[in-house]
Design a protein around this ligand. Structure first.
Ligand code: FAD
Length: 316
């Protein structure tokens, strides 16, 4: 089978997910199959040398591809695929991949399956497992036809399998219609510098709306400090600007996998659960014993956090 992988990169660095997809593509292509990496950019041809797990790289260069402009990238990937299907196209279900998968799928009239945690291609029949509602429901879908675009969640395949030595053949293609776009790339807004990286923390004390005020976050900081951890938050806390966006856990924030995740006054909405459910140990403190967070917590305290947290910090 022919498996295409859209290589994602930013500031000259390939995304970890590109290697995850390449490893998966290698396994899906099997003996006699072909893995083709689709690489776009402007002056980024050298990145092809890192795509050794692919048999071939199709490279398209254009100034409009220097940054992620969804319209330019959709046109580019569409043209890179034109005339080369049938096949399976893997993209990352990242903010870039979400735009690409739907745009390219529409342009080429190829079905798109998103939120994928797995994809199989037994006997040429493509089946996909998708994770819905923050992991509450898994949907199995089968593709009618021999082509599909599958947008895979990050972290569902090992990246090491997609890192391989070797220099795949590079075929350069020229693009059309990228000079007059209705969408312009304006600015890359990066997370505030100097803040902690919650995705690398072993211990996270996360605060939700139950913390009630910005001043009370100090209490969570004190607990985190005792445990050698960092403070993170649910979305309402970030929306209120009590903590920066770089601390948000969840669907529209960051996915974390610490050894210990303590949820203070967090109800456990699916969008929050999606970002922290893989933590090794989850402890929830919430005054409502029916809060959904307790379905995911290994340990729970159904009490007022303003009683529990200072006592716990003192004990520690
Ligand atoms: C497209 C989309 C994306 C989203 N992305 C995210 C995301 O990335 N991350 C995210 O977190 N949310 C996200 N959300 C929002 C999400 O749906 C919830 O609204 C949010 O997670 C709720 O945050 P919370 O648990 O802090 O607040 P609430 O749901 O209001 O829960 C507060 C909890 O605190 C408890 N509590 C109150 N007082 C105390 C006390 N004194 N002691 C102990 N417990 C107390 C209450 O019992 C309650 O359970 C998203 C929503 C949408 C639609």
């Amino acid at each position: 089978m022919k498996v295409f992988v859209v290589a994602e990169h930013m500031k000259g660095q390939l995304a970890e997910t590109t290697f995850e997809l390449l490893g998966k593509a290698r396994a899906l292509a099997g003996d006699g199959g072909e893995v083709i990496a689709l690489l776009g950019g402007h002056g980024h041809k050298d990145l092809a040398a890192q795509l050794g797990a692919a048999d071939k790289v199709i490279y398209a260069d254009h100034p409009a591809l220097e940054q992620f402009n969804p319209q330019a990238w959709c046109k580019a990937v569409t043209q890179m695929l034109q005339g080369r299907l049938p096949g399976l196209v893997l993209v990352s279900y990242s903010s870039q991949g979400m735009d690409l998968a739907s745009g390219v799928g529409t342009a080429l009239d190829v079905p798109v399956l998103a939120y994928a945690t797995d994809v199989q291609a037994d006997g040429g029949r493509i089946t996909v497992t998708s994770q819905l509602y923050g992991g509450k429901i898994m949907a199995e879908s089968a593709v009618n036809g021999d082509s599909a675009i599958v947008a895979m969640l990050a972290g569902v395949a090992p990246a090491d399998a997609g890192r391989a030595e070797g220099s795949p053949a590079v075929e350069e293609v020229s693009l059309e219609g990228l000079d007059a776009l209705q969408v312009t790339f304006k600015e890359l807004v990066e997370p505030e510098g100097g803040d902690v990286d919650i995705t690398k923390a072993d211990v996270i004390v996360s605060v939700g709306r139950g913390i009630q005020s910005e001043e009370n976050i100090e209490m969570a900081e004190a607990l985190a400090q005792k445990l050698g951890g960092v403070v993170a938050a649910s979305r309402p806390i970030v929306d209120a600007k009590w903590l920066p966006k770089s601390r948000q856990v969840g669907k529209s924030g960051l996915k974390v996998k610490p050894k210990l995740y303590i949820a203070l006054g967090i109800s456990g909405a699916p969008e929050h659960i999606e970002g922290m459910k893989d933590s090794e140990t989850i402890i929830a403190i919430n005054s409502d014993p029916k809060a959904p967070i307790f379905e995911y917590a290994h340990y729970g305290v159904a009490e007022d956090l303003f009683d529990v947290v200072p006592a716990l910090t003192e004990k520690l």
